[in-house]
Structure formats: C-alpha cells, structure tokens
Design a protein around this ligand. Structure first.
Ligand SMILES: [Zn+2]
Length: 216
C-alpha cells in the first residue's frame, strides 16, 4: 500500500450522486440502482488515481485481477456514503472480500488517502507486517491476511517481483558507468515509483540493499 491523492470528482457523479442515492434508498432491491457507481467515468478515474492497482495490496488491476469498486466506509454501515466520491476507491477481489464490512468509527481501517502508510506498516520481502505497537497496522494486516499463507497467489507474485528486482540490482551493481547503467537506474527508479506494482515492497527492498538514491 502506498499513500495516494484523490483526483477531482468525475462530473457524472457530482451531477447525480444526490439523485442516485435517493433512487437507491427508495428501491434497495434494485442492483442497477445500487451499482451506478460502476459508471465507466467513475471507474476509469479511480483506476487513474490508484495507478491501476489494488489500493490495499498493490496488485495490478487487469484481466486476471479485475478490480472491484470499494467503499471505504461500507454501505452496510452508512448508506448515505454509497455514492460519495471521497468514499470510493478500487481494490482487488481478494482484498475487497476480506475487508468486506469491516468498520470502526474511531481508529478506522488504514486509509492510503489520509494516512501516512509507512508510519504503520513494514514491507519485509513479500509480506507486510505492522510496526510494533501500531494497532491499526495490525488490524489492516490481519483483516487482509497480508502476512498469511492464505494469500499464496499474492505472495508468489511478490516473490517474482523481488527476483526481478534482485536481477536488475545485480546488473546495475556490476555495470560500468555508461548507457547500460543509466537504463538500469531508470528501470529501478520506475519500479519504486507509486505506479509500480508492489512499489512499497520494492522501495523498501532497494533501500535495505543500500541504494536509497534509487528511490523517490
Ligand atoms: Zn488487493
């Protein structure tokens, strides 16, 4: 998870969220009225602001991992936030299903738009752990099972990313100053930027290897 900034609200939502909520509340059994937040303009803006990644585990949203629109405050707890832009984001199915209706009024679920994520979490190889004493970090990791064999597919993908990173770092380290070293440097910087898949893990690993100059 990386800290994120909210993009401006899409026009379709700004113009319709009041009416959409009213119509939804009057007909709770209607799937069509409930899921109007799936409008392509809304989903594409959410994908843009999350760099097309799950907001929680940083898996790339794509054909194999279609993203679900996620309500940070679940609608089951507060229906009035069902179409509120600041309450919408995007998560992979695995994280979305695990977070489900988790909600705490105080000390709520870690929010990458408002919380400084690195204050709560450590990225140690393919697993995420909470920093000592950070209960919100602990709740986040436990709820999403980010440090669990139940997320085998996620952990496997992250190990593949670490192996790719290790290979590039070794090539960077052994390359003589010149064009190849510059290309590898740019590649490493790109991998640790917010748009890179599992970039929080990559950034942490690059720093741990002593290449702090390669992360932004
Ligand atoms: Zn996820």
């Amino acid at each position: 998870m990386r800290s994120l900034s909210k993009l401006p609200e899409p026009g379709i939502l700004a113009e319709n969220h009041v009416a959409w909520l009213q119509e939804y509340l009057q007909d709770l059994s209607s799937d069509a009225k409930r899921t109007r937040y799936r409008h392509p303009d809304i989903k594409s803006t959410l994908k843009l602001e999350t760099h097309e990644k799950c907001v929680y585990c940083e898996s790339r949203i794509g054909h194999n991992t279609p993203g679900d629109i996620e309500h940070k405050i679940p609608s089951s707890k507060d229906r009035t936030k069902h179409f509120i832009w600041s309450n919408l984001t995007i998560a992979c199915g695995e994280c979305n299903r695990r977070k489900n209706s988790y909600y705490q009024e105080h000390d709520g679920f870690l929010d990458p738009y408002t919380d400084d994520v690195e204050q709560y979490l450590d990225f140690e190889g393919p697993v995420v752990t909470s920093k000592p004493g950070e209960v919100r970090g602990e709740v986040f990791v436990a709820t999403l099972e980010l440090c669990s064999a139940n997320r085998l597919s996620l952990v496997t993908q992250k190990i593949a990313k670490i192996n790719e990173l290790r290979h590039i770092l070794e090539r960077y380290n052994s390359a003589d100053p010149g064009p190849l070293k510059e290309v590898l440097k740019r590649q490493l910087i790109e991998m640790s930027r917010p748009g890179g898949e599992y970039s929080a893990m990559v950034r942490s690993a690059v720093r741990a290897k002593g290449y702090a100059e390669l992360v932004e």
